[in-house]
Design a protein around this ligand. Structure first.
Ligand code: T5A
Ligand code: NA
Length: 215
């Protein structure tokens, strides 16, 4: 699909995983690495708690307000749609974007609530049409391991029952998705970042190659 490009676009790289899998730490390391390689890099995260919709999400996650399951789900999705156009623009301007959580978290966390009318399929629908990542790095870690890391338990969803369901749903979702790299996030920060660099380098190289004209 990259073969049609005449100018070099940026890459859309997503980092996903359970709470405390090390997503934010690894996004930062990946950003440093790609900058050193000469890429222009931008970091974004979802939920983006700074927008009006993001503020509603923030207060929900902190437990200060309640929201109906479908309703909060659609707000998480709207929070991605509100910046979808700027993501597209940045990428066409050659900026590589590192995204800390995306549609995959969106579908999986909502579906993990086991609400009978909120299946994984239902939850995925509002994500259809958002910019498709070139690569999704899934930081895989056991729920028990994640719970041992700092700051766990403060927000809604940070309990082992929910996290175990989330883990299973991520697996079933990623079985159906292309361009996913499963990264063992139970290793040291440095080892995990090395594995991420290898996966990302392969992906970025592919984007730089101009493919041959076909029939
Ligand atoms: N959500 C999100 C939805 O329900 N729907 C949606 O559409 C979206 C986008 C908030 C919640 O919202 C849900 C999912 C979440 O429950 P958030 O704001 O991204 O999402 O907050 P968190 O994801 O909870 O951020 P986390 O704090 O969970 O974790 P990270 O980013 O995975 O981990 P990180 O890098 O901050 O590291 C956590 C701790 O572990 C240590 C770090 O130093 C830190 O102390 N650590 C390691 N320790 C040992 N070895 C390693 N390899 C380590 N890597 C990190
Ligand atoms: Na984080």
């Amino acid at each position: 699909h990259a073969g049609h490009e005449l100018t070099r676009r940026g890459a859309l790289l997503v980092v996903e995983g359970l709470d405390r899998a090390g997503k934010s730490s690894q996004c930062e390391k990946l950003g440093d690495y790609l900058s050193q390689q000469g890429h222009t890099v931008k970091y974004i995260r979802f939920p983006d708690r700074t927008t009006p919709i993001g503020k509603l999400i923030d207060s929900y996650l902190r437990g200060s307000t309640n929201q109906e399951d479908h309703s909060i789900h659609l707000l998480f999705s709207a929070n991605r749609w509100e910046i979808a156009k700027s993501i597209q623009e940045d990428i066409s301007n050659g900026i590589t974007i590192i995204v800390d959580r995306y549609s995959y978290s969106g579908a999986v966390y909502s579906a993990a609530k086991a609400n009978p009318t909120l299946s994984l399929e239902w939850a995925w629908q509002p994500e259809i049409g958002l910019p498709r990542p070139d690569l999704c790095l899934f930081l895989s870690i056991s729920a028990e391991e994640a719970a041992k890391r700092g700051g766990y338990g403060a927000e809604r969803y940070e309990n082992e029952t929910m996290q175990t369901r989330v883990r299973e749903l991520f697996r079933s979702l990623f079985n159906r998705q292309e361009d996913v790299a499963i990264i063992n996030a139970g290793k040291s920060l440095k080892e995990v970042s090395k594995d991420i660099q290898v996966a990302v380098s392969k992906c970025v190289e592919r984007l730089n190659v101009i493919g041959p004209l076909r029939v």
